[in-house]
Write a new protein. Structure first.
Length: 234
């Protein structure tokens, strides 16, 4: 049974979501403020975190930032779905840039939330059960079982979504991969209109790899077609 941490100060919504998710086979722990949510996320192993932006004590961005800044493997790889105000594109992009794996606008449909959670959990299981112990392309080495990425043997801390996006690009190195395919294979869902999730994840990957000496042109954006990981790297 997958254990979900749900952090939202809307008690009526959390009761509704908790009841639905438990009925769908999830175990759910609820926190109604950012301080308690951060404490629980640090002290217990969860399979995913559903995190509202607007929270007392620590807002959702603060909770996310503090988790992603910590060195523990669980803090880096814990899937985080942000709950954002409907139509608030800025919050969505900021959340993704800070390390959220995905987002849902509020009020969210419980069925859609359950589907998104299953998608991120499937992604983690498929990587852990990968037949090959590692994938490589030039200086990049990915260890799916351990959820580790290295560049020239230096560890690169990637979130779960970033790792999955890079994994798809490595598997198709030298080929253009459309955003539709990246969204389906890496995020486990369909690409939505005006969805910039893949763009932000790729931008984050570029920055993190560049911090270890990789070229900014390592991943090329082919306008209107998608992204390509170049085979000639450095």
């Amino acid at each position: 049974m997958s254990h979900i941490l749900l952090v939202d100060d809307d008690t009526e919504l959390t009761e509704l979501l908790e009841e639905f998710l438990v009925g769908e086979g999830f175990a759910v722990t609820v926190a109604n403020d950012g301080g308690r949510g951060l404490e629980l996320a640090r002290s217990q192993p969860f399979d995913a975190l559903v995190l509202d932006v607007m929270l007392p004590i620590h807002n959702g961005f603060d909770v996310l930032r503090k988790l992603r800044e910590e060195s523990g493997a669980n803090s880096q790889s814990l899937p985080v779905l942000m709950l954002t105000a409907k139509g608030d594109t800025v919050d969505r992009i900021v959340g993704l840039e800070m390390g959220a794996d995905d987002y849902l606008p509020k009020p969210c449909n419980p069925r859609e939330l359950a589907a998104r959670l299953r998608a991120v959990l499937r992604r983690g299981r498929s990587e852990a059960e990968a037949v090959s112990d590692n994938l490589s392309c030039g200086p990049i080495v990915l260890l799916p079982r351990e959820h580790q990425c290295t560049w020239e043997s230096q560890p690169v801390n990637l979130t779960g979504a970033e790792f999955s996006v890079l994994k798809v690009l490595v598997e198709h190195a030298g080929e253009v991969v459309s955003k539709e395919v990246l969204t389906e294979e890496a995020l486990g869902r369909k690409l939505m209109p005006y969805d910039r999730s893949i763009d932000v994840h790729v931008s984050n990957i570029r920055k993190k790899l560049a911090g270890h000496g990789a070229s900014r042109e390592l991943i090329i954006n082919i306008r209107g077609a998608g992204y390509m990981l170049t085979k000639s790297q450095g």
